[in-house]
Design a protein around this ligand. Structure first.
Ligand SMILES: Cc1ncc(COP(=O)(O)O)c(C=O)c1O
Length: 380
């Protein structure tokens, strides 16, 4: 089956008990045994749950992977992955990953003896020079949050194979509709399903997909042992959202292209970060490895923080809020919101200046979005 059909039919749908078309929410902590030592496939919802299983199968099939796992949040999924490593191991990560990922690595996992190097993943030489005898994992995010930098996945996987390193790719921004990292040989795909997969800003969730038998076993073990799994109701919300993922992604992109083109010619704007623009340094790679460029557009205002505050106070259709990927357009200020947990000097180094604003371009009428940007930029 093709992507659009899988998004609606993958997993056990309609359900086997009564044929419900909408996947039932198995809101239960535990399951009655058929006999001593004999279950009907489920015993306790931390370990596995039928609603969760439909979501996990759906995400796995959409990513072209073997097995999926659903988590309470994107960070719960990331926390689970990083526990595949042990004290003394070294990870090379993109330098402008989501602020919470950076915080998990720097402020939590370092205390447990893991080492991290953050760098721009745009050159084979830079990555290879950073590899040490204890390096175990390459962590990539493309397009990255919030600067929409593009990583050449083929190049990174090639380096990883040569040096026998595990690759993890955060596919939150692209979604499997636009990019399927497993086809490039990535070992573990991770998601904040809070974003486009759910698409309606009514849940927080995470997911992991892998095709490697050894990793399937380890991730299932950690999910159960650490209790990082998603609740049945949250899984149902993500499942409902996924059914419309392809149509939403197509419209998000159409609106984002119009917004990026509008902003790039605006006198108050210094730079626009959107991989769909010819001028974006990763445009050619994005064109090659993605089916489209997604719905997030970031831009930098010439006048810095004063202009940013004025813009954020004036927006009316866009809402000032964290998160992205929902039907409603959102605007946020990475330096004080999504990436506030990154130290200022690291933010400045990687280009997340105080003048950068990130837009999650929603599905409203494009003329209303452009009118809103136009009036909000006026005083800048
Ligand atoms: C790219 C990316 N990865 C991971 C996360 C973390 O996900 P969650 O907020 O669902 O824990 C986010 C959240 O903004 C994100 O943008």
């Amino acid at each position: 089956m093709r992507f659009e059909t899988l998004a609606i039919h993958a997993g056990e749908r309609p359900d086997v008990t009564f044929g419900a078309v909408s996947t039932p929410i198995y809101q239960t902590s535990t399951f009655v045994f058929e006999d001593v030592g004999k279950t009907r496939g489920y015993d306790y919802s931390r370990t596995a749950n039928p609603t969760r299983k439909v979501l996990e199968d759906t995400i796995a099939q959409l990513e072209g992977g073997k097995v999926g796992f659903a988590f309470a949040t994107g960070m719960a999924a990331e926390t689970t992955i990083i526990h595949l490593l042990k004290a003394g191991d070294h990870v090379i990560s993109g330098d402008d990953v989501y602020g919470g990922t950076y915080r998990l690595f720097q402020n939590v996992m370092r205390d447990f003896g893991l080492e991290f190097t953050f760098l721009r993943m745009d050159s084979r030489q830079t990555i290879e020079e950073a590899i040490k005898p204890n390096t175990k994992m390459l962590w990539l995010e493309t397009p990255s949050n919030p600067l929409l930098n593009i990583v050449d996945i083929e190049m990174v996987v090639d380096i990883a194979k040569k040096h026998k390193l595990m690759t993890v790719m955060d596919n939150t921004f692209a979604t499997p509709y636009l990019l399927r990292p497993i086809e490039y040989g990535v070992d573990l795909v991770v998601h904040s399903t809070t974003k486009y997969l759910n698409g309606h800003c009514d849940v927080v969730g995470g997911a992991i997909v892998t095709s490697t038998d050894e990793l399937i076993e380890k991730v299932q073990f950690l999910l159960n042992a650490m209790g990082t799994c998603a609740s049945p109701f949250d899984c149902w919300l993500v499942l409902r959202g996924i059914q419309t993922l392809p149509v939403r992604m197509r419209q998000h992109e159409e609106n984002a292209i119009a917004v990026a083109n509008y902003l790039k010619d605006h006198p108050a704007v210094n730079r626009v970060f959107y991989p769909g623009l010819d001028s974006h340094p990763g445009h050619e790679i994005a064109k090659r490895q993605m089916k489209g460029f997604g719905g997030v557009v970031s831009f930098e205002l010439k006048e810095g923080i004063e202009a940013v505050n004025s813009f954020l106070r004036r927006i009316k259709v866009f809402s000032l809020a964290e998160s992205l990927g929902g039907v409603a357009s959102l605007a946020e200020h990475p330096a004080t919101m999504s990436h506030a947990s990154m130290p200022e000097e690291h933010r400045e180094k990687v280009g997340i200046t105080d003048g950068v604003i990130r837009l999650s371009v929603g599905l409203e009428n494009i003329d209303d979005l452009i009118d809103d940007l136009c009036q909000a930029l006026e005083p800048a």
